[in-house]
Design a protein around this ligand. Sequence first.
Ligand SMILES: Nc1ncnc2c1ncn2[C@@H]1O[C@H](COP(=O)(O)OP(=O)(O)OP(=O)(O)O)[C@@H](O)[C@H]1O
Length: 514
Amino acid sequence: MNASSIQGTNPGMNDAILQVDHLSMKFGGLVAIGDLSFTAKRGEITALIGPNGAGKTTVFNCITGFYKPSEGMITLNRADGSKYLLERLPNHEIPARAKVARTFQNIRLFSGMTLLENLLVAQHNKLMKASGYTMLGLFGFSSYRKASAESIDLAKHWLEKADLVDRADDPAGDLPYGAQRRLEIARAMCTGPELLCLDEPAAGLNPKESLALNTLLMDIKNTSGASILLIEHDMSVVMQISDHVVVLEYGRKISDGSPQSVRTDPRVIAAYLGVDDEEVETVLTEVGDEDVIEQLDIGPDAAHGPGTSSSYLAGPVSDTVGHSDGERVTVSKGASKAEQVDARAATVASRPVASQTPSKPAAKVGAAKAAPKKTAAKAPKAKAEGISNRLDAPRGGKADNLTRIKGIGTVNEKKLNEHGIFHFDQIGAWKKADVEAAEAYLAFDGRIAREEWVKQAKLLGQGKDTAFSRRVDAGKVATSHASAKTGSGTAKTANAASGKAAAKPVSGKRGGGK
Ligand SMILES: Nc1ncnc2c1ncn2[C@@H]1O[C@H](COP(=O)(O)OP(=O)(O)OP(=O)(O)O)[C@@H](O)[C@H]1O
């Protein structure tokens, strides 16, 4: 036993299979994860969601040993009572000893090998051990024969579960995309995990394939004893199969609870919509969800969200974050939409009771204007006007659907339009000064460059697609446009046109998979 394994100190079943305590991960000056704590319960499906760049994959990389966290503790409680501190375990030991398996955003199968071979390769360690790490396997050593037969049985078992047994002898590369995703999960299950970590398993799947995936995941949960930690942007998957949802924004936890509670959490809605502080409540009112507006008036729900003095948020997000080694790094001001909702809720909650009239959303919009205004992120108007290729109106009276650019939601598209930006080629031609000017009024410090809007816009302007625009066009991402590829219109008219798209902001994503 070493420091990473605490065998026998915790006999019996621990309710939590995974406990993440005060996890932080920084890359240079960027805090990708900041003081994150959450628990995944044994036998449950826990979803980790959040807009692009929220830090979800980084959390997975810390759990599976790809990254060593800057701070914090990740404890894996196995069913036999042993505990593993994953941040201390060498990454090659995490699957074997802690029994954690993962899949990746991009499919990593051996495409030239058959399905069966892919599943046998996953059991390589077991077979090597049975061969005594020699060539005895080749000579029919009995322990190897037995292990080999067991491996084949296990592979067949998971091929059946994944509804792929008929294609066991086909090359993996010949499978349709959705089937390849299921094969990856089957392969991970062949390693006998207690915790299965899946990074965007539904990305790029059509509705039928999504359904097959849901069925497989529910089957794993109900019959294998494995618990699942899921990163997913497809909210139809998250809401249907998750027991518990943890929401990240800019590396901080902004909500944690049942799918229903998270779905109606104003912080989550604000984070996904990507609006700025003046618009948070306006958007919620436009969304027309009385429950959400009500919550905004009475303040955060202490049962699942951060309270006013909450440790959930680990300090102000738009602030300077201290680290144990003395280094201080800055998270861009005004970055967190969730925090803006909290600030607004606190302001509204401090109003005299008589002024709180929950049945009059219009009055609440008025009250919202009393909330603190953003300061540093808001630039002088002159700077905001400084984009070189503004137009007075869209060419031919028709704007491009800018929400096909990963990072631009309906609210920001509306703002861009208001500032004379209607077309992909305009954004594609932006120079550094234009990007800065746009960031000034969008309050997006550095995000336009990080999300590569210019590069995306160039491609889209040439009539090409990006992975994200394909997701928008396939209806996988909420958009303001009736027809994803064309048209424009304001967020308001779009909400009216697309009905539920706006009323259920959590059902879309602000960006797409990598
Ligand atoms: N190796 C790295 N070096 C520097 N920055 C990194 C690295 N890995 C991630 N980041 C940054 O950390 C932040 C979180 O990234 P991460 O990939 O974890 O987000 P995510 O929530 O998984 O996003 P997505 O939904 O787009 O996959 C981003 O700003 C990203 O650019």
